[in-house]
Design a protein around this ligand. Structure first.
Ligand code: AKG
Length: 278
């Protein structure tokens, strides 16, 4: 990393130039290891335990908001290593918005249709400013279905709110996809990562990924953050979603969850009503 300038706090893991590029392009690839090796290994083994405990028939791509039932994940979700990476973008007051293990098994991993995260979150938060840290639990390459982003689409076209066509349920990770006329996959950039590396993307950027037909599993852990000045629409989503104050102070009058507690009732509501945070 370039040495911080005198005005850049020394704990920041992105330089002002990298933040400016992230804001312009809508994504950033972070080539360092996000966590020290032992801490990453701990996350990977926690993930393997959760994966092994999945109920029969639940696809491993759909391990959404696992922290509601596994508060041990806050050891990583609220860690300085991650918060120091998003603080240069979001500022010092930070909340954890969501997390998701998107694990594509080898051989038959489902594709992620072209989408903007904002399409799924539009009633949840205002303004729509989310940074996702996509941490490679496994190596993620073109061969096993790495994420692809279409640069600058967070700031162009439909600005995060494209129109969608329905897909046949069960054929992909989501049941809808941006209309073909509103996306140009020829402009996509493949985000290939070694295990332990991560990328960051804006919640409005168009992104997606191919099926995994390779012999190597592809799991990414999405850790999603907002400024604590972003307002959660508690009346609408309070039965199935929590956010957590990660650093600094609340600036929006939000209610925050307790990271020491599990919230199985949120998971139950989501399962019963088919709610997916993404
Ligand atoms: O894991 C993928 O391929 C897609 C990830 C994604 O949709 C997201 O992080 O928002």
């Amino acid at each position: 990393m370039v040495a911080p300038t005198s005005s850049t706090p020394s704990h920041h893991r992105l330089t002002p130039a990298q933040v400016a590029r992230y804001n312009a392009e809508g994504y950033h690839i972070f080539r360092e290891q996000l966590f020290p090796q032992g801490k990453f290994d701990g996350l990977k083994s926690t993930f393997e335990d959760i994966l092994n405990g999945l109920e029969t028939g639940v696809r491993p791509e759909s391990m959404d908001v696992p922290h509601f039932q596994h508060p041990e994940l806050f050891k990583w979700l609220l860690a300085d290593e991650v918060l120091d990476l998003v603080e240069p973008i979001l500022g010092p007051d930070i909340a954890l918005f969501s997390s998701h293990f998107i694990c594509k098994p080898r051989g038959n991993g489902q594709r992620v249709p072209w989408h903007e995260d904002s399409h799924y979150w539009k009633t949840m938060i205002t303004p729509m400013e989310v940074v996702t840290v996509w941490l490679a639990i496994d190596p993620s390459t073109k061969l096993n279905g790495c994420m692809n982003v279409i640069p600058r689409t967070h700031n162009t076209g439909k600005l995060g709110f494209s129109d969608y066509d329905d897909l046949t349920p069960g054929t992909a990770v989501f049941n809808d996809e941006i209309k073909a006329a509103q996306r140009d996959p020829s402009k996509a950039v493949a985000i290939e990562l070694e295990a332990g590396q991560c990328s960051l993307h804006d919640g409005r950027i168009i992104h997606g990924s191919a099926p995994n037909t390779s012999a190597i599993r592809r799991c990414g852990y999405t850790m999603r953050y907002i400024s604590a000045g972003v307002k959660l629409n508690q009346d609408m989503v309070g039965k199935y979603h929590n956010i957590y104050l990660a650093r600094g102070q609340d600036r929006a009058g939000n209610v925050y969850g307790d990271p020491k507690k599990a919230y199985p009732e949120l998971a139950r509501f989501r399962a019963k009503h088919g709610k997916n945070g993404h």
